[in-house]
Design a protein around this ligand. Structure first.
Ligand SMILES: Cc1cc2nc3c(=O)[nH]c(=O)nc-3n(C[C@H](O)[C@H](O)[C@H](O)COP(=O)(O)OP(=O)(O)OC[C@H]3O[C@@H](n4cnc5c(N)ncnc54)[C@H](O)[C@@H]3O)c2cc1C
Length: 328
């Protein structure tokens, strides 16, 4: 019997590693604490349609990632988003066109990770709390006290602060990962029955509690009847208000939105708030992935590279590359 490789996390980093390991002929098993895949690239189903509460769009600069995006596009999971972009600075909104190619999942952000997952073996709603080594193999313990295993190797593809707690058997890796701080982001969705009177579809915001806003419905394939908007608070504001009740967060960000838009903002017909506790790594890192190949433990995620979708995908590839290299 071949002993599979465990992958903890079905965000794009974990799935990237999973695809590379499967392509090399290894059997894998994925685990995620959520009910579905995607992590910070997931979309929230709601009465106002599917809402991209996390990653908004992504860019592809690396040749290998660009090739993957091209394939997803050919399969219909990704499309280019060409928003009418604005900047808000010093109390003024101004058009801010650029040449950047922006990609989004279609018809929603989660389409990408869903397609990547395909029919790979996965256990959802399973929060891994312990990763421990027996005589020859690894075992995992979940929050319900159930154990999973044996596994020949383990790839941990989750935000650094969550990964630290799983690295008790690899203190050297644990001390590196513990040094990585991640910042929270409050995300709010607002939906209006009739379209707001503005051509704006995306906006980089300065001097506000908000740092980004997007007209969700302007992305390709979104079929909401309502005019849906996503607002992201700055890291600083999110940190200061990390425990604020959702209703109050919605009120405050709705107020900031109304203040910066040059049009009437009626009361929204639908609202939603989501707190990403570990939204973005504080500061950049270029480690690719972390590993203790002798132990058979690999750690990856966006925080190992750019803190973005592309970095997360590349980090998953790097973890898989190191693992395969060691088995040669
Ligand atoms: C608000 C926001 C806006 C963003 N905007 C952009 C953007 O515009 N462009 C861009 O490129 N990037 C953006 N990003 C960043 C981008 O979303 C991430 O870089 C990328 O999705 C991270 O992927 P990942 O696989 O490393 O981690 P994640 O997506 O966080 O995946 C980790 C997975 O592990 C699971 N997990 C965690 N702990 C455990 C455990 N103990 N047991 C089991 N499962 C566990 C989680 O449920 C999750 O599914 C944004 C992020 C946020 C939050």
């Amino acid at each position: 019997m071949t002993v599979p490789i465990a992958i903890i996390g079905t965000g794009i980093a974990g799935l990237s590693a999973a695809q590379a390991l499967q392509a090399a002929g290894h059997s894998i098993h994925l685990f995620d604490k959520s009910r579905g895949s995607g992590g910070r690239m997931s979309s929230k189903r709601s009465d106002a349609g599917a809402l991209d509460m996390g990653a908004q769009y992504f860019t592809a600069r690396d040749r290998r990632f660009a090739a993957a995006v091209q394939q997803w596009q050919a399969e219909g999971h990704v499309a280019e988003w060409k928003p009418l972009l604005y900047n808000y600075h010093g109390g003024t909104l101004s058009l801010s066109p650029d040449e950047q190619v922006r990609w989004v999942g279609a018809p929603r952000m989660s389409a990408i990770t869903r397609a990547m997952l395909g029919d790979m073996p996965v256990t959802f709603s399973c929060r891994i709390t312990e990763v421990f080594r027996g005589e020859r193999h690894w075992n995992l313990l979940d929050a319900d006290g159930q154990s999973h295993g044996p596994f020949s190797q383990v790839v941990i593809a989750i935000p650094a602060p969550q990964a630290t707690t799983l690295l008790a058997d690899a203190p050297k890796l644990a001390s590196v990962v513990a040094g990585v701080k991640m910042e929270p982001t409050w995300a709010v969705a607002l939906a209006f029955d009739s379209p707001l009177d503005t051509p704006l579809e995306g906006c980089f915001v300065q001097d506000s509690s908000i740092d980004w806003l997007a007209r969700n419905r302007s992305k390709p394939g979104r079929d909401s009847q309502m005019d849906t908007w996503i607002l992201h608070a700055t890291s600083a504001w999110s940190r200061q208000h990390v425990d604020m009740p959702k209703e109050e967060v919605i009120d405050q960000l709705h107020g900031a939105f109304a203040e910066l838009m040059n049009c009437a903002i009626p009361a929204p017909a639908f609202t939603l708030a989501h707190r990403w506790l570990y939204a973005r790594p504080a500061g950049g890192r270029e480690v690719g992935a972390l590993s203790d190949a002798d132990l058979g433990l690999y750690v990856c995620g966006d925080w190992c590279l750019s803190g973005r979708v592309e970095g997360a995908w590349l980090s998953g590839q790097e973890a898989a590359r190191r693992l395969l290299e060691h088995l040669k």
